[in-house]
Design a protein around this ligand. Structure first.
Ligand SMILES: CC(C)(COP(=O)(O)OP(=O)(O)OC[C@H]1O[C@@H](n2cnc3c(N)ncnc32)[C@H](O)[C@@H]1OP(=O)(O)O)[C@@H](O)C(=O)NCCC(=O)NCCS
Length: 182
């Protein structure tokens, strides 16, 4: 079963179809994304997430909610995929594509810069390393997304350029699992 994480101020719980409207308002209506997807498409995508969640409950998507009143303030996730758009700076000669698990996050505009993304992501990182025992996780963001890069740094990711010529506008963060090795 998919886990729920209780942090100091948050409940990071499995995403459900009932979250679709809040998800749409907080994530899809963010000025940077607005107009890219309809509410119906979002419902379909959440439905697809939930199908994958059933297959691999350790990964997938979580709702970030406030402990005080349960408000939905964002989402975070661990998403696994083939990294055919990434070429790692620390392994430039490697032409194989790897399957990686990406840490992804979005906090609503009204709730930013209060440490909520760090708090939610920290819980997922700990889950990824202690429960799932992943060797490492990655995070990918645009070069101009300074908030996202600063969040990665705060979580301990080391950042590098993406050497893939078609996606050189992306930065890659890598966080190795040192918890198990410690
Ligand atoms: C990136 C994002 C999740 C950060 O959320 P947040 O809750 O504001 O982040 P936190 O408050 O936990 O801050 C984490 C670190 O990032 C830094 N940071 C956050 N917003 C920042 C900003 N606008 N400018 C500079 N640094 C910023 C914080 O200062 C903090 O580091 P510090 O404690 O050393 O100061 C949020 O800006 C967001 O949802 N952006 C849109 C979605 C997005 O870009 N997702 C990634 C796409 S790949």
């Amino acid at each position: 079963m998919k886990k729920t994480f209780h942090t100091e101020r948050l409940i990071v719980r499995p995403l459900t179809l009932d979250d679709a409207k809040d998800f749409y308002r907080i994530v899809d209506e963010d000025p940077k994304h607005a107009g890219q997807i309809s509410l119906e498409q979002r419902i379909d995508r959440i439905h697809a997430y939930l199908t994958n969640d059933a297959l691999e409950p350790g990964l997938g998507w979580w709702a970030v909610t406030l402990q005080t009143d349960g408000s939905f303030i964002g989402r975070c996730g661990l998403d696994s995929y083939l990294t055919d758009f990434l070429q790692f700076e620390d392994d430039p000669a490697n032409l194989y594509h790897s399957i990686e698990v990406e840490l992804a996050y979005h906090i609503g505009i009204d709730y930013r810069r209060q440490g909520f993304a760090f708090e939610a992501c920290h819980a997922l990182v700990e889950h990824a390393f202690t429960e799932l025992k992943l060797r490492r996780i990655v995070s990918v963001t645009n070069q101009d997304n300074i908030p996202s890069q600063n969040l990665m740094r705060k979580l301990g990711f080391r950042l590098q350029r993406n050497l893939h010529p078609e996606f050189s506008d992306r930065m890659i963060g890598i966080l190795n699992n040192t918890i198990i090795l410690a």
